[in-house]
Design a protein around this ligand. Structure first.
Ligand code: MCN
Length: 769
């Protein structure tokens, strides 16, 4: 089934924030710091204020005592945190830090006036390298904290880690770097705010994944009571985690609308997006694996340094802790020790970027499996299979403290090998090598944690809310608390409802993303929409059918128990030949002249679903590459993805999700890296410098799937929205390193750009080749 949301998007008639035009609306532009770290001596706004069309020019001194601090929801014990004001106060802490805001009649005047603000900065040494930041004598990102360390954690899980290392035949060590990435959604952020003075109510349209969390958190920043605050996420042109946040600009624009009494719009430029919207990943570490000579892994030690950037955004410090939770991947590794040090640097904050913590873990464990296999000269498929829990071992408790719900890792691996034509693939690679070419095959078997999640494990509740209303016309309104922004639940939730209520899918309308319509929600992230939000909808459907039976029994003059619901009609076999369709029942329910005693009019239900566990999708990705010796360019010659997200609601959408995720992994593996120079200047501030994959870089994919339903929800569904970004990066990296293995290259940090690969080839290539 094709996506019902696509026609309006393809025709260009969807409404994004920048399409909003309100009467009397003014435009905001933001002055941002050109320094990574500096004291602000003085800000002179006088010239900017004289520009015709400028309505206001405000600095931190004007707004910071009127807007609360930008919140961080991560509950990390002993977290040292800087106060994150909406605009900079007396210092700037990263390039792109917001210093002042101009409000003007049109966006061009606002930008011109930003240029006319004169700031006297006194530059300070910047902290850029997170490992150097830990050395004695390093400059401090936030001198008032007295340290660059935000927090450190040591977590030991499973058995006795020291005994594991004592009993090992060998300890294999490896250093791995998971580079910083810029999410780059095609639509940058944007906010429109409108304040109704009479009603004292604020409406904020914002390009966000989390309107409901914003409605929970913004009242504390703006002083608007929650019932007077409406947040709308209209069409959102991609989020990928970067819009799972409360940004200073959201509070600032809301404040400006309240302060000036007119609607205000702010649209982020691409450069601002690169500098001032969160980045992802950025972890570096040393990893040690205790092994027996037969390949048995006894234990794993990880020492990771995570670069948080300058401030804690909503989940910044929580992301590297997620990496630790799934570090053992889909393997039985009996003992684990994780040391994590999270560091502040003078850069934009890191936070959730598609996969958020799990791509880092999967890259580590999947690279390590290959490194161990190569060192011990064991087949890399065999070493993976040796450590899989069997399907009968689920629910499977890992040494990292999770309970994996269900899985058949060997099944997905076998299917991927079959689709890849494994033996031929290996023979072709060997033949290519024999002919002097650099060819490689990479495998990654992954598991991820998603469907976030039980409330006890989430900072602000992990339930989801939904409402299903059988309208008087017999058409169905579905309201969900998740906020899809490209994932397609207008289609999949309509499918769930149409199937279960037995109505045509055209009769079902799914509404979302507006807190005035969807009163409750915990929104979209962590591939939770379908497993958690979909289940809330199923609960509503069950309630409506139950009420429908009571109403039908009354009309059929029989007992509730005699009523059968089938294919969208209510019948009482043996009692009556009459079949009551939804339309007739709904009319009775709302006209309410003939209801059973004690039954309320109407036919709608709402539900909160509280999941008892996360779900754990898994799969196997196989990638084959050819490397051009002369240019170092990597060409993906085959890509096979087998993903298992439990029962599938819509295979077409699932494939689309996996395709998009793999494209982002191709970017991460081969092209993308956010680069700051030694002074903290952002060098990758636009598309000329930050390479994203284009259509020609994407190979033909071979897709397959296995189906292992989860027992955690009645739909048996797991998430799939992040699978591609989690499974693919290590498969591609392993393929490139497999191609370079004959040259003795054991590691190269991502991204594996042509230059990096070329240098590796040419510094090691035997003289005869
Ligand atoms: N689906 C299905 N059957 C399943 C699981 C999912 O048919 N067993 C369908 C769903 O109904 C939905 C899609 O697959 O149409 C993804 O659903 P799900 O895995 O539940 O993920 P979420 O809706 O919670 O989406 C979040 C996830 C995340 S965390 C990021 S980041 C991400 C992603 O989705 N960002 C995206 N996919 C994106 N896709 C687009 N176009 N844009 C983004 O910003």
């Amino acid at each position: 089934m094709k996506r019902v949301e696509d026609p309006r998007l393809i025709k260009g008639i969807g409404t994004y924030v920048d399409d909003m035009k309100l009467a009397g609306m003014l435009h905001a532009a933001i002055l941002r710091s050109p320094h990574a770290h500096a004291t602000i001596r003085k800000i002179d706004t006088s010239a900017a204020k004289t520009i015709a069309g400028v309505v206001a020019v405000l600095t931190g001194a004007d707004v910071n005592d009127k807007c609360g601090l930008v919140p961080c929801a991560a509950a990390i014990p002993d977290l040292k945190a800087p106060a994150h004001t909406v605009l900079a106060s007396d210092r700037v802490y990263y390039v792109g830090h917001a210093v002042a805001v101009v409000v003007a009649r049109d966006p061009y005047i606002a930008r011109d006036a930003v240029e006319a603000i004169d700031v006297d900065y006194d530059p300070l040494p910047a902290v850029v390298d997170p490992e150097a930041a830990l050395k004695p004598g390093s400059p401090l990102t936030h001198p008032d904290l007295g340290t660059n360390v935000a927090f450190s954690q040591t977590v030991a899980g499973g058995g006795d880690i020291e005994a594991a290392f004592r009993n090992a035949d060998r300890v294999i060590k490896h250093r791995l770097y998971h580079q910083r990435l810029t999410p780059m959604p095609i639509e940058p952020r944007g906010v429109v705010a409108s304040y109704h003075n009479g009603e004292q109510a604020l409406t904020l349209w914002t390009s966000t994944q989390i309107p409901h969390l914003l409605r929970t958190l913004l009242p504390g920043m703006l002083g608007v009571p929650e019932p007077k605050l409406r947040i709308v996420a209209p069409e959102v042109g991609g989020g990928f985690g970067a819009k799972l946040n409360v940004y200073a600009e959201e509070a600032l624009v809301g404040h400006l609308a309240m302060r000036l009494g007119v609607p205000v719009k702010w649209i982020e430029s691409r450069r601002e997006n690169a500098a001032s919207t969160i980045h992802g990943r950025d972890q570096i570490g040393e990893y040690e694996v205790a092994v027996k000579n037969d390949g048995t892994i006894l234990g794993l030690k990880s020492r990771t340094v995570a670069d948080l950037g300058a401030y804690n955004q909503l989940l910044t410090p929580a992301i590297p802790t997620l990496t630790g939770l799934v570090l053992t991947g889909c393997y039985k590794i009996p003992a684990v020790k994780i040391d994590l040090t999270a560091v502040y640097t003078n850069k934009m904050s890191t936070d959730a970027y598609r996969g958020a913590g799990r791509p880092e873990a999967t890259y580590l464990i999947e690279r390590l499996m290959d490194v161990v296999a190569n060192e011990l000269k064991i087949d890399r498929i065999a070493i993976r299979r040796k450590h899989f829990p069997s399907p009968s071992e689920f629910p499977f408790a890992t040494s990292c403290g999770l309970v994996y719900d269900s899985g058949d890792y060997d099944g997905a691996l076998a299917k991927a090998k079959q689709l890849a034509n494994w033996d031929t693939l290996v023979a072709d690679r060997d033949a290519a090598r024999g002919a002097g070419r650099l060819a490689g095959i990479g495998v990654s078997t992954y598991v991820e944690i998603c469907a976030m999640g039980p409330s006890k494990a989430m900072p602000a509740g992990g339930w989801e809310w939904g409402c299903v209303r059988m309208e008087i016309s017999g058409k169905v309104s579905v309201i969900t608390g998740v906020t899809p922004h490209g994932q397609g639940q207008e289609t999949t939730f309509a499918q769930i409802v149409a199937d279960r209520l037995g109505v045509p899918i055209e009769d079902v309308v799914v509404m979302k993303g507006d807190t005035a319509v969807a009163h409750y929600g915990r929104d979209t992230y962590g591939s939770r929409g379908t497993a958690v939000g979909g289940t809330a909808i199923v609960m509503c459907i069950d309630k409506i059918i139950k009420k429908g039976k009571v109403l039908a029994a009354h009309l059929l003059e029989t007992l509730d128990d005699h009523v059968v619901f089938e294919h969208g009609t209510f019948k009482a076999p043996g009692v009556s030949t009459r079949a009551i369709p939804w339309g007739e029942l709904a009319a009775e329910a709302y006209i309410a002249k003939n209801l059973p005693a004690g039954v309320e009019p109407g036919l709608e239900a709402s539900s909160f679903f509280e999941p008892e566990n996360f779900t754990f999708p898994f799969g196997t990705h196989i990638c084959a590459v050819d490397i051009d010796r002369d240019t170092g360019a990597v060409k993906i010659t085959k890509y096979v993805a087998v993903d298992d997200c439990g029962n599938q609601i819509n295979p077409l959408l699932i494939e689309g999700q996996v395709q998009g995720g793999i494209a982002q992994s191709i970017g991460q593996a081969l092209m993308e890296r956010t680069v700051y120079d030694e002074n903290g200047q952002l060098l990758t501030g636009e598309f000329m410098d930050y390479a994203l994959p284009r259509a020609a870089d994407i190979p033909e994919y071979v897709f397959g799937h296995t189906v292992t339903p989860t027992p955690v929800n009645p739909l048996g569904v797991k998430g799939v929205g992040e699978a591609g970004t989690i499974g693919a990066t290590p498969a591609i990296a392993n393929a490139v390193l497999d191609a370079l293995q004959p040259l003795g290259v054991v590691n190269l940090d991502l991204p594996l750009t042509p230059e990096k690969v070329w240098r590796a080839v040419h510094s090691r290539v035997p003289a005869t080749v």
